[in-house]
Write a protein that binds this ligand. Structure first.
Ligand SMILES: Cc1ncc(COP(=O)(O)O)c(C=O)c1O
Length: 392
């Protein structure tokens, strides 16, 4: 009898041990992070190989609450931290191909930028043998300025000004490039990258970002939602996807203070902050950086006719959404991504449940700690999606 109990006990212990071992093995072999079907990331040969091929993730909280599948393409996983790495690489390679840039001659790339493009130009430019001179508005997030300086860029800060002002940051960048090229004391040339007007901007999204999306989504997508800074992202991606998914809806998510919303919906580039005496800041009156504009750029015009509608997102909604995504999903994203996420929810409501929507998560919250996230951090952690949508 005694030995029987001992056998039962030993048998149970052996079974429990076997089950535990199986459970652990299952964790290792069937957990999607370790699945045998997923090959390890390859070893690569240099920084340019770390640009592109970014993952897409389902935003589970927003998907559950809207009844749609809302996805984000994580452009913030590019080596320089944003979607602008692709643009920087393409602009530099195109300039080399046309003889405007040559490594080793002391050439300098000049750009007027709200930060992300400058960081990408500096990251990629350094890897390819160039110095970079960035002109930006003096109210740009201090993190971005410090990052640029740490990367070795020359940073010139100027007061926000209208595009008609020769000292507006983009105009000044062009002027600096011309000054260097015409300096007889050096063979070095200056390249004005000109992301707003340069065709290589939208084309890199047409040729690379959009085909990745099409393949990752198995060609199944109902709506694409994006903000526009230069317009390169929305134009390039919309153009490629619409050619292959004719029924795809394309929507612009626009921050307060930007004129694009009225341009898309009513044909007039205008925002009420343009009214005499109401404007607080020269360019776009929002805490959001990177998207929104009050002038038409070539890169926006290339895809404008493909945009079906625009949704307006207030600063407060963006701040609340940024916090919502962090506390519900663990995503710590920048202001432009928060705007796009609110845009996705508004479009999902318009389209009804069961649809697949995609946005771009363009950069991380770490780039916005002392400005946007200083405010977003104070938002209530218990915030609901309904509260975000009811906010004006
Ligand atoms: C963080 C961020 N998101 C989005 C954009 C907008 O992309 P695009 O210029 O292609 O319209 C920018 C542009 O500067 C940006 O910096």
């Amino acid at each position: 009898m005694v030995s029987n109990w001992r056998d039962v006990y030993l048998g149970a212990a052996a079974t429990a041990t076997t089950l535990f071992v199986f459970y652990e093995l299952k964790q290792v072999f069937f957990d999607p992070r370790y699945a045998a079907s997923k090959p390890p990331a390859p070893k690569v040969n240099g920084l340019p190989d770390l640009i592109g091929n970014t993952p897409i993730v389902r935003i589970n909280s927003l998907s559950k609450l809207t009844g749609c599948d809302i996805y984000a393409k994580l452009e913030l996983t590019n080596i320089g931290g944003s979607s602008k790495d692709r643009v920087a690489y393409e602009l530099i390679r195109a300039a080399e191909a046309s003889g405007k840039l040559l490594p080793g001659r002391g050439d300098v790339i000049f750009e007027g930028t709200s930060g992300s493009t400058g960081i990408s130009l500096t990251t990629v430019g350094r890897a390819l043998g160039y110095r970079v001179h960035i002109v930006l508005q003096d109210d740009t997030s201090p993190e971005k300025i410090t990052l640029l300086e740490s990367l070795g860029a020359t940073v010139e800060k100027v007061k926000p000004a209208s595009i008609v002002d020769p000292d507006q940051f983009v105009n000044l960048a062009e002027k600096r490039a011309i000054e260097l090229t015409s300096d007889p004391s050096t063979p070095a040339m200056g390249l004005f990258a000109n992301q707003f007007e340069n065709d290589n901007n939208w084309k890199v999204h047409y040729n690379h970002t959009a085909p990745e999306i099409f393949s990752q989504m198995n060609g199944k997508l109902d709506a694409f939602v994006a903000g526009a800074g230069t317009g390169g992202t929305i134009s390039g991606i919309a153009k490629y996807l619409r050619e292959r998914i004719p029924q795809l809806g394309v929507y612009l998510a626009d921050p307060q203070g930007s004129g694009f919303y009225n341009r898309v919906n009513f044909g007039v580039l205008y925002d009420k902050v343009e009214k005499e005496g109401t404007r607080r800041r020269h360019q776009v009156d929002t805490v959001v950086e990177g998207i929104g504009l009050n002038r038409l750029t070539h890169n926006f015009l290339v895809g404008e006719e493909l945009i079906d509608g625009a949704v307006r997102v207030s600063d407060k909604q963006a701040l609340m959404m940024a916090k919502f995504l962090t506390v519900n999903d663990g995503y710590f994203w920048g202001s432009a991504s928060a705007i796009a996420a609110v845009g996705c929810v508004k479009v999902a409501q318009q389209l009804g449940p069961g649809k697949k929507l995609l946005m771009i998560a363009t950069d991380s919250g770490a780039r916005h700690l002392s400005k946007f996230w200083k405010m977003a951090a104070k938002e209530d952690s218990e915030i609901t999606l309904e509260e975000i949508l009811n906010e004006k």
